[in-house]
Write a protein that binds this ligand. Structure first.
Ligand code: FES
Length: 102
């Protein structure tokens, strides 16, 4: 696992998300109430772009923009069938820079 700098905290305000590519992996990063989460960007259903997902801050979930499958931000689990999940990545802020571990 390697830590990759992916941007600055100003690039990702609260309630926003962005899509990045690290080592050939597409990753969606979310800022939910100041807490950062990183999921694989391609939805497990039909590869919808998770960086464009709608955030449900109360439930700490996101809805894929294409067919609204709902996934937990912490675990990546699909809430309807928890055997299915998006890959998750560790993400942290250090000196106002955002890092993802891949
Ligand atoms: S592509 Fe994500 S729910 Fe269908």
């Amino acid at each position: 696992m390697t830590r990759h700098k992916i941007g600055h905290v100003e690039d990702l305000p609260e309630g926003e998300s962005l899509g990045i590519e690290v080592d050939g992996l597409e990753i969606a990063v979310f800022n939910v109430d100041g807490e950062l989460h990183a999921l694989q960007n391609k939805c497990i259903h039909k590869q919808g772009p998770m960086y464009d997902a709608e955030i449900n801050a109360n439930e700490k979930t996101v809805y894929c923009p294409w067919h609204y499958w709902e996934f937990e931000l912490d675990s990546g689990e699909f809430v309807v069938d928890r055997d299915k999940r998006l890959r998750t990545f560790d993400v942290e802020v250090n000196d106002d820079d955002i890092y993802v571990e891949v």
